[in-house]
Design a protein around this ligand. Structure first.
Ligand SMILES: [Zn+2]
Length: 395
């Protein structure tokens, strides 16, 4: 193989020298001979020229006819040229996209009303504040316009309130505020459950007997116009009357965050119960399944089924067993220093009320019991009746 390759290369390496020889022979032509030939030709042309010029000037008529022909040709060329320019300008102006008008539509209330449907004043304001480039606004609005209706979403495996909110570009609060079950406890999320999803961030409110547009607007800190102009509310702007029982979308509305007071579990305090150190450790390893936020005052840590769940600090067990409110199998520890910790959705638990536990001791196995969409440990740190953010305590 190697040899034949070299053989084939051989002829090529020789060919350049052959062509070099040809070039060399061309260069041997005498420069003096070429000059002599050129000189002779120039001489002939110069001698012939006066005769030819004389012929033209003798015939003045021929010259003027030639000139007029030239002018006509120039005029035709000019006309064609000009008409070409006109065509191309016309073409470009047609192709040039019309100036976008949607920004004006969004900004002008009158235009928004004539467009009827989708008045989102509060959202647009927020969008404009969030995104400095006005060019980005249409990209934000168009998908929202596409869904100007309230839908229900069926919860899938692995969903959390946060992940559902992200799916629809909404805040988790908006999901919770439209679903009273979740508002009571966002962990009451089960696969197959239907969740109401608003088209915009805000509050979904069912009017009570004494409610007016003004009172609802005040409650959720928006202008009454935000409620009246929102198309799904179907309120007559000239006579903004609402009926008791009527559901209203309050775009941009919010509810004040009031920490939910939770049950303080109490159980038998064992002899020689150890007081917690006040320094908490992680109850499980894994990924953060759901973060702490106003509606989820806990941390969800996800790993495999059966992964060990350990006591975050020393203390004693005040509750261990089934919880019908959605926690599934749970364990609650009292650390004797004002703190309790709660571990929910367990697959199994190894302790019972009254047991002493040391920090790091395994108290159960990670599971997906109760209302859960996948294996994880729901972990709460409670100080008295308030659920604190575990992130503020964990290393
Ligand atoms: Zn949770």
């Amino acid at each position: 193989m190697h040899q034949s390759f070299n053989k084939e290369r051989h002829p090529d390496t020789f060919s350049p020298s052959t062509s070099n020889r040809d070039t060399h022979s061309n260069r041997e032509q005498s420069p003096a001979g070429w000059l002599a030939l050129t000189g002779l030709r120039l001489k002939q042309i110069v001698q012939a020229a006066p005769n030819q010029l004389k012929k033209f000037s003798d015939d003045a008529a021929l010259l003027s006819r030639a000139l007029s022909h030239l002018i006509v040709i120039l005029l035709v060329a000019l006309t064609i040229g000009l008409s070409d320019i006109e065509w191309s300008w016309g073409h470009i102006s047609v192709l040039r996209p019309p100036k976008p008008t949607f920004t004006d539509v969004a900004a002008t209330p009158a235009a928004t009303q004539s467009e009827a449907p989708f008045t989102l004043p509060t959202q647009l304001d927020r969008t404009r504040n969030d995104i400095i480039l006005p060019a980005a606004v249409p990209h934000t609005i168009i998908p929202e316009r596409a869904r100007a209706e309230i839908i229900t979403y069926q919860v899938e495996t692995g969903d959390t309130v946060s992940s559902i909110a992200a799916k629809f570009g909404l805040s988790p609060e908006t999901i919770v505020w439209a679903n009273s079950d979740l508002e009571r406890n966002p962990d009451l999320l089960g696969v197959g459950q239907e969740v109401v999803v608003l088209p915009v961030n805000g509050v979904y409110h069912q009017a009570g007997g004494g409610d007016t547009v003004e009172s609802i607007a005040a409650t959720y800190q928006v202008e009454p116009a935000a409620i009246i102009n929102y198309v799904l509310n179907q309120i007559d702007p000239d006579e903004p009357v609402i009926q008791p029982g009527q559901w209203l979308v309050v775009p941009g509305g919010s509810k004040p965050y009031i920490p939910r007071a939770v049950t303080v579990y109490a159980g038998p305090m064992p002899q020689g119960a150890e007081t917690g150190s006040g320094v908490f450790g992680w109850p499980a390893t894994g990924a953060i399944f759901q973060d702490y936020w106003s509606g989820h005052p806990a941390l969800d840590i996800a790993d495999r089924l059966g992964a060990p769940v350990v006591a975050a600090d020393s203390g004693y067990v005040v509750a261990a067993g089934w919880d019908g409110t959605g926690y599934g199998y749970k364990v609650v520890l009292d650390h004797g220093n004002g703190y309790q910790t709660l571990y929910a959705h367990l697959q199994a638990y190894y302790v019972e009320a009254g047991n002493n536990v040391a920090k790091g001791q395994q108290i159960g196995e990670m599971g997906s019991s109760g209302n859960s969409t996948g294996p994880h440990t729901h972990f709460e740190i409670r100080q008295g009746t308030i659920q604190r953010n575990p992130f503020g305590f964990l290393p």
